[in-house]
Structures are given as structure tokens and as C-alpha cells.
Design a binder for this molecule. Structure first.
Ligand code: ACO
Length: 328
């Protein structure tokens, strides 16, 4: 029993922050950001808007689009590295907000690969035959861990959420292969040092800005190009597919140059590659489900299409997923 996606949705906060605004905060330029990353603007959450708020908007939209009451949801998986709290989970907050009284669920920390980890996990619950409807949300409020005086990181990220409902299918469509990886030896290249049990918050840790995301951009870039290209190429090969067979490639949106490298390696032409990094920046676990929903709404995905997803992120984590679309 495969799992297929029967509804998609996304939400981004109202406030748009352009590169020109960032020029006033750090030593950077619109030209540098656009040419090095492909980003022109990003959405930033309002002061009173947290990850569960973004997620709840997506969850309600998913229910409306699928035309089902919240009581039918069996499991809620919220993929995020920026939860509202350590406890309770963001999934529990969403469950309560939407009134999913029959659901259980949890948060999943896979960084930029979070949504792929979530789809894999959710689809295994469907495969088991025990669960009929799993809601997977990829969401991050990156502005909550961004240091807006650090140009190495603050120009790259944005806030946003997307999600999908997974259900069983016997038709052979849906998710049919996945390759997922993790290599913790790269953890220190992209991390948030403070706030956890290793370095609980103190006045000193806050003053030293230990609760913000830090990265060695060059190192991450190198690993991301190789990781995302390798895993995309490999999943096609092991399914006897080529770039020609793919209707749409939806890659994680970290840097347009990383995406181009992966698409080139797989011989996927530019018109089959979803790129929306210009408008949203890197929303971490949000990028792939946001792109997927935009593609569905724009009619870029049709039933029968083979869709390739690929991501790379902190951990390091990376992976790819292949599915045959069947929303009917
Ligand atoms: N504005 C202006 N100049 C900048 C900025 C900035 N925001 N940031 C760095 N520079 C400068 C550097 O100091 C350097 O100056 P120098 O030549 O005088 O030393 C110059 O620009 C070039 O810097 P590089 O680091 O070589 O620039 P690069 O082309 O590698 O791009 C970037 C940097 C965009 C961070 C890139 O390495 C990247 O995208 N890395 C991946 C990081 C990432 O996406 N992480 C997010 C999570 S992981 C993921 O999602 C894959």
C-alpha cells in the first residue's frame, strides 16, 4: 500500500523583507544577494506569529482543500527546527488549534531535509495499514534564530510553511522510492550552539549571541551541491529513469546555484525545475511543500506526473523522494 498526497497547502507571513531593507542592516547589496543566491525577498513573521500559527494556517487549509473534518486526521507530523517551545510539541499545538481530536503526533527535526524525512515517516505509517490520514507540515520561522547583524546568514533565510495530507493508494501511484541520509560529522558547519541541554540559556549565552544560527557557508555549499546532485542522480538511476521522465523537480531552495548543479547533473531542463527562492529565500523545512503547493495551484503538476524531490540541510541531512502524482 503506497502513500499518496491528496492535498497540499502553504502559508507565508504577510510581511515582505526585500534585499534593499537588508542593505540598511548589514554590509550587503541587493546585487550580491541576487547573484550569489537567487534571493530577492523573503517573508518575515509578525512579532506575535510563531511556528504553530503558520502551521495551523496550513493545517486548516489542508482540511478545507481535502474537504474533511479535523477528526479524520490520524497523525500530525510537524517538521521544524524552530518549534514554538521545547515542550509541548508544535504538533500538539496544531492538534489543539484545529480540533484534531483523534490524532497523535510529534515534531521532527530534519532541518532543510525535514519535509522529506516527514514524508518518509508519514508514508511508513500509511504503509502499515493502521493509519488512513497523516498530515505532514514543513515549517520554519527562521527569523526567530537569525542574527540580523550577521550578513553570512541573515540574507539567506525566510519564514514559511507548507504541508500535505498522505493517504493510502492501491493503484501503484504515490511515493515509490526514497533515499535519505545523515552525516553528523558536518553538524558544526551549520548549527545553533545555544539553548539546548549542551548550553542552556544564560545571560552570557544570550549576550554572546549563541542562540542564533551560524554557518560556514562555503563548506555547506560544497557539501550541498554534491549531496543533492548525488542523491537525485542515484534515485533516478535505481528506478531506470532519466531527467526526461521527470515532469517536475522540486528541490530545496537554499541557493539557486545549488539547485542548478543538481538539475544539470540529472539532465533536467530548467523549465522542469521549480524555483521560487527569489520570493521566499530559504524557509528550511518549508521550501519543498511551499513549492509543491504552488506547482499544484499553477497547474504545473498533473495526475500521472513523476515528481522528484531533493533536499540538503543541517545535520548534515539530505535525501530524495520520487512519486507519481495522483490527487484524484
Ligand atoms: N553580502 C555581501 N558580501 C558578502 C555577504 C553578503 N551577505 N556574505 C559574504 N560576503 C562576501 C564574503 O565576505 C567574501 O568577501 P571576500 O571575497 O572579500 O572575502 C565574498 O562575499 C564571497 O564570499 P563567499 O563565501 O565566497 O561567497 P559564496 O559565493 O560562497 O556565497 C553563500 C556565499 C551564499 C553563503 C554560499 O556559500 C551558500 O549559499 N552556501 C550555502 C549556505 C546555505 O544555504 N545554508 C543554509 C542552510 S543549508 C541548506 O539549506 C543547503
Amino acid at each position: 500500500m503506497n502513500a499518496k498526497i491528496t492535498a497540499t497547502a502553504h502559508y507565508v507571513p504577510e510581511r515582505v523583507m526585500t534585499n534593499f531593507e537588508l542593505e540598511k542592516l548589514v554590509e550587503t547589496s541587493d546585487e550580491w544577494i541576487r547573484t550569489r543566491t537567487g534571493i530577492s525577498q523573503r517573508h518575515i513573521a509578525a512579532e506575535n506569529e510563531a511556528t504553530s500559527d503558520l502551521s495551523t494556517k496550513v493545517a486548516n487549509s489542508l482540511l478545507e482543500k481535502r474537504g474533511i473534518p479535523a477528526e479524520e486526521i490520524d497523525i500530525i507530523i510537524v517538521c521544524t527546527v524552530t518549534p514554538d517551545h521545547f515542550a509541548p510539541s508544535t504538533a500538539a499545538l496544531v492538534q489543539n488549534n484545529i480540533g484534531a481530536t483523534n490524532a497523535w503526533g510529534f515534531d521532527l527535526s530534519g532541518a532543510c531535509t525535514g519535509f522529506l524525512y516527514g514524508l518518509e515517516t508519514g508514508s511508513k505509517f500509511i504503509n502499515s495499514g493502521k493509519y488512513q490520514k497523516v498530515m505532514v507540515i514543513g515549517v520554519d520561522t527562521m527569523s526567530s534564530i537569525l542574527d540580523f547583524t550577521d550578513r553570512d546568514t541573515c540574507v539567506l533565510f525566510g519564514d514559511g510553511a507548507g504541508g500535505a495530507i498522505l493517504e493510502p493508494t492501491e493503484s501503484g501511484s504515490g511515493i515509490f522510492d526514497s533515499i535519505l541520509h545523515m552525516d553528523g560529522s558536518g553538524g558544526h558547519f551549520l548549527h545553533v550552539p545555544g539553548g539546548g541541554s549542551r548550553m542552556p540559556a544564560t545571560v552570557e549565552s544570550v549576550q554572546a549571541k549563541q542562540h542564533y544560527i551560524r554557518q560556514d557557508g562555503k563548506k555547506v555549499f560544497k557539501f550541498a551541491v554534491k549531496g543533492m546532485a548525488d542523491v537525485s542522480e542515484r534515485i533516478l538511476k535505481q528506478n531506470n529513469l532519466t531527467g526526461d521522465d521527470i515532469a517536475l523537480f522540486i528541490p530545496h531552495q537554499a541557493n539557486k546555484r545549488i539547485i542548478d548543479a543538481a538539475a544539470n547533473r540529472c539532465n533536467i531542463p530548467a523549465e522542469k525545475v521549480l524555483i521560487n527562492i527569489d520570493f521566499y529565500g530559504n524557509t528550511t523545512a518549508g521550501t519543498i511543500p511551499i513549492g509543491m503547493n504552488e506547482a499544484v495551484e499553477d497547474g504545473r503538476i498533473k495526475d500521472g506526473d513523476i515528481i522528484l524531490l531533493a533536499a540538503f540541510g543541517a545535520g548534515f541531512t539530505w535525501g530524495s523522494i520520487l512519486m507519481r502524482w495522483d490527487a484524484s
